[in-house]
Design a protein around this ligand. Structure first.
Ligand code: URA
Length: 211
């Protein structure tokens, strides 16, 4: 597993506002969107491209275009949905799949309640979106879903990760797939309720309210 922590003052600034408990949902959603666009730039550094010939008004030259099959972006519902627009802004031709996952607050295990993914993901570059990499259970379950369908190249885009969750993902994925994690920050630890400290609270609730 490769870890990339986006080290940029704009990322740090936006994250600080997100962390602030007094930031209202409307601002929170806007900032998540902006932050993900910055993370998407890092996350797509190895996106596959093909060389193409182009005719400019002056000469013929070569450029690149995104290779086929198109990348697949998969937000993990519900909180990952808040990251979708920021990601597809940079990858407008990507296909979008969905995974509905929820953690059981007692066992902390991931429960899958919905999935809409292509059956065959061989050769596809996949981008999983989940704002909080806490215990790692949800992300490992999501990576399992994708690799069971043949994906071997998975980039996870998260806002904040806990060291405990990163260790779980690292141990679980092993050599099975080429997995990268791109985050805005790695925080201190998890608390007894498996929330990231200092974190930003419940990302889904802060995006969409307590429903
Ligand atoms: N999920 C969240 O939304 N926040 C955390 O801190 C941990 C998991």
């Amino acid at each position: 597993m490769r870890l990339h922590v986006a080290d940029h003052p704009l990322v740090a600034h936006k994250l600080a506002v997100l962390r602030d408990a007094s930031t209202p949902s409307v601002t929170f959603r806007l900032l998540v969107d902006e932050l993900v666009t910055l993370l998407a730039y890092e996350a797509t550094r190895d996106v596959r491209v093909d060389t193409v010939e182009i005719v400019t008004p002056v000469a013929t030259t070569t450029g690149v275009k995104l290779a086929q099959p198109r990348p697949l972006v998969v937000p993990i519902l519900r909180a990952g949905l808040g990251m979708l627009d920021g990601m597809t802004r940079l990858l407008p031709s990507a296909e979008v799949g969905f995974l509905g996952m929820q953690r059981d607050e007692e066992t902390l295990e991931a429960i899958t309640y919905a999935n809409r993914l292509p059956d065959d993901l061989s050769g596809r570059q996949c981008f999983l979106l989940d704002p909080m990499l806490a215990t790692g259970g949800t992300l490992v379950a999501a990576i399992d879903y994708l690799t069971a369908r043949g994906a071997r190249d998975v980039t996870c885009v998260c806002l904040i990760a806990a060291p405990e969750g990163l260790a779980v993902v690292e141990k679980a994925v092993g050599e099975r797939a080429d997995v990268s994690v791109v985050v805005a920050a790695v925080d201190e630890r998890l608390n007894e309720k498996a929330y990231i400290v200092p974190g930003l609270g419940d990302a889904g609730d802060r995006l969409y309210g307590v429903v």
